[in-house]
Design a protein around this ligand. Structure first.
Ligand code: SF4
Ligand code: SF4
Length: 358
């Protein structure tokens, strides 16, 4: 059964030409209603009960979704042809634009691929003792906190609700849910006893893991493009608002999070090296986050670090790395559909506005 498009002119505030939309977009269109979300809600309910429906309204989406739930129908599709076409200030005919938007909304676009990232809330806090211990006190009811300090004196009045270790951070890699940390001179608190805490003998290259790193050192970031590294939060230890914001953000990083898989790598197409001779390093040179590393004759992409900027795919000469969120062919199908439908509906010289999620 073909999908039906329910049209509404939003209390007569826009002109909608059902014939133009139907002919150009290949959708079955209802007549143009005028108050589908209120007085004519029974019309919407009947259409929802009869089969697959797209409603030409985004503003009242929640209301129609609740209606579908109430009557046990499938949640409909939605397309906004009012704010993006019908409400305009020029003399042009909005019909071709509406038809294009409707045809685009009717395309089957694959859902973005994603990984589940689990953070159990283990958090390492770095920084001067006063700022780090204060942040730890505020976070220890939500997260399993460890504070790294350099001196045992600073740990004298540490709260037993969180852990304190002494030492220096040697290296850190990873992202939310799987940071791998290496310490030098690591001394762990020995539980029990009276008075100042005692610590184990120092150990170099001691390895540990955590889900979140809260860096209050005010020094150089541990990672390139630090604001793009999931799970890595920084704040100037001298700024009370910045500390409060970082603590708030850290407290929200517990649970399961979806990490989009932004790029797709076809190793066999990668021209990184042959017979030990490096040929191409375009993506390695450009990746701002350090997500790409050499891996034999080809490169490897760490999807947990990739922030989806697309620089690698734009510079890859062989097509080994392609952008995948959305896939390029899906993007071109959208563009073709918009342009073709616009022209089919009588529009000329279409102009395209490209914008991001925000
Ligand atoms: S899209 Fe490519 S260049 Fe950008 S962060 Fe991801 S791997 Fe690096
Ligand atoms: S830019 Fe493309 S061909 Fe070059 S190393 Fe990266 S993935 Fe391989």
């Amino acid at each position: 059964m073909p999908k039906t498009l329910l049209l509404c002119d939003c209390l007569g505030s826009q002109s909608v030409d059902a014939d133009t939309i139907a002919t150009a977009s290949d959708m079955v269109c209802s007549r143009v209603h005028t108050a589908l979300c209120t007085k004519q809600i029974d019309v919407a309910a009947k259409a929802l009960a009869e089969g697959e429906v797209t409603i030409a309204c985004q503003q009242e989406r929640r209301r129609f979704e609740e209606l579908a739930e109430e009557i046990g129908s499938e949640i409909p599709g939605f397309v906004d042809i009012r704010d993006r076409a019908g409400w305009h200030d020029d003399d042009g005919d909005a019909g071709p634009k509406m038809a294009a938007l409707v045809a685009e909304a009717n395309l089957a676009i694959p859902l973005p691929r994603a990984l589940d990232v689990v953070s159990e809330g283990t958090c390492l806090i770095l920084g001067p003792a006063d700022a780090a211990l204060d942040a730890a006190r505020r976070l220890c009811d939500t997260l399993a906190v460890t504070v790294l300090l350099t001196s045992g004196e600073d740990a004298a009045d540490a709260d037993p609700r969180f852990d304190v270790v002494l030492g220096r951070l040697r290296s850190a890699k990873g992202a939310l849910g799987n940071f791998e940390i290496v310490f030098d001179g690591l001394r762990q608190r020995i539980p029990g006893g009276r008075g100042a805490p005692e610590f184990t003998a120092p150990r170099d290259r001691a390895e540990s893991q955590c889900d979140i790193v809260l860096d209050l050192t005010g020094e150089a970031a541990l990672f390139p493009a630090p604001h793009k590294r999931d799970g890595y939060l920084r704040a100037d230890p001298g700024s009370i608002p910045a500390l409060a914001e970082a603590v708030r953000e850290a407290s929200e990083l517990v649970g399961t999070f979806e990490k989009p898989l932004y790029v797709r790598l076809t190793e066999s197409l990668c021209a990184h090296s042959r017979a030990g001779q490096v040929a191409c390093t375009n993506c390695l040179d450009l990746c701002p986050t350090g997500a790409i590393t050499p891996d034999g004759d080809h490169v490897a992409v760490d999807p947990l670090i990739c922030a989806g900027c697309g620089a690698c795919s734009a510079a890859c000469p062989s097509g080994a790395i392609t952008y995948d969120a959305p896939p390029v062919d899906a993007l071109f199908r959208r563009l073709n559909t918009l342009a073709e439908t616009y022209r089919k509906a009588g529009g000329t010289t279409p102009r395209l506005l490209v914008h991001d999620q925000d």
